[in-house]
Design a protein around this ligand. Sequence first.
Ligand SMILES: Cc1cc2nc3c(=O)[nH]c(=O)nc-3n(C[C@H](O)[C@H](O)[C@H](O)COP(=O)(O)OP(=O)(O)OC[C@H]3O[C@@H](n4cnc5c(N)ncnc54)[C@H](O)[C@@H]3O)c2cc1C
Length: 459
Amino acid sequence: MDLTQLKADLDGIEMDDRPSVLKAKSRDFYWYSPILKRQLDGFTADLVVSPRDEAEVIRVLAACYRHKVPVTVRGGGTGNYGQAMPLNGGVVLHMQHLTGISDLGDDHVTVRSGTIIEHIERHLRDNGREIRLFPSTTATATIGGFIAGGSSGVGAIRWGGLRNPANIRRVRLVTMEETPRVLDLTGHDIHKAAHAYGVNGVMTEIELPVDPAGDWVDVMVTTPDFISANLLAIELGESLLLRMLSTFAPPVPELFFQRYRPHAGTGKGVIALMVARHDLPTLEARVAAWPGADISYRADRADPADRLPALFEMAWNHTTLRAIRIDPSLTYLQMMFPRESMADTIAALDARFGDELMLHCEYTRFNGVVSPVAMPIVRFTTEERLEDLVRILETDFPITVFNPHRVTLEEGGMKRTDISQLEFKRQTDPLGLMNPGKMIAWTHPDWTPDSGKNFLFTE
Ligand SMILES: Cc1cc2nc3c(=O)[nH]c(=O)nc-3n(C[C@H](O)[C@H](O)[C@H](O)COP(=O)(O)OP(=O)(O)OC[C@H]3O[C@@H](n4cnc5c(N)ncnc54)[C@H](O)[C@@H]3O)c2cc1C
């Protein structure tokens, strides 16, 4: 890497190579995983570059191509799997200045990719609109990082996750070539770049669908146990207009949710939801008819002094964050089981693992069907036990694990090579300089999944 020449070529563009900045901007929330923490702690970029606009992004990519310097894009750095960590050093391309809304129509918004998601939602609400999906990190995550690294979030119970083609309209992408091209991806092509960890280009602009702003009310419901919380959640998910639907097994809320704890009861299942105000009477009726269920908190009835922070800040991966803050030895998993066998699966997991696995589910819509995704808190003992746990869950239960203790696209979720993303990378990043190490197929096209073995590039 000829960094001296690279810096000369980038004259006029904001750059930083102070060691403290290099270290800070080379990290994300990889430390959620004790395995990734051990593996990735030492990886650091050589230079942080913060372009002001798309023209500067093009200049940076052309110069990095010329000098064969790897580039890893960084949004808010809230990703969980070391997605934004530069495994081969080089440049971290910080999108902090590519912000702002360029167009707002009745049914769409166009934003620069470094825009913080909460800022988009605020602007939309001021104009009577709302975004469809956002991660619970909305206050710090960027829209580009969400689309390149995230998968789902608040809104999924209504709209499904980011893979639902209706949830992203257009992605504008700069390629990593001698003369970078600017591509506008629409329709099916969007998924060549979405959830690809930025391995096949830099997103500069995103167009999203928007909808009339809803009037959402945060509500907590307690139930006698976790299975009944999930059965009631499915009934509510199918009968009410919701923006979020989450369930928590005891003792998760009691142990980890300090502010929310008084509304969680003891030994109870808990449902947290965002419900349309006009559906509150139906919610009341459904909960009243459910044996042992109670509404324990309603934001619309809470005294302003007692009003809780937004309930989505106890859901999605904020559940894990709250648990780790109380006990840093804890970690987590992400998994899916069929809705039909949900009650049996929960009972079997409880019998087999006890509080080694403390369950929490987020509800989404798969092909229109209200379906659970589980993100259990795990009591970590050793890396071997954690690997074993994943193996047992996948072999002895009807469970698919999206392993959050892996840094590669294939091992983390897909369990296979996404051929369209690989083909696209061949066209957009022929030298393999974009976020190297995150796509196994780039260097090892014959790789097949093998739970227990771990793939880490360091070349
Ligand atoms: C407490 C907590 C809660 C979370 N909750 C959720 C949740 O509800 N749903 C969810 O899906 N995720 C969740 N996450 C994961 C993460 O916050 C989200 O995926 C978030 O949207 C990532 O955005 P970011 O700007 O921080 O991206 P970063 O972490 O900066 O980047 C993520 C990936 O995208 C790439 N990238 C970033 N910007 C671009 C770009 N412009 N062009 C190309 N590639 C780019 C990066 O290289 C990296 O591979 C959570 C994480 C934490 C720590």
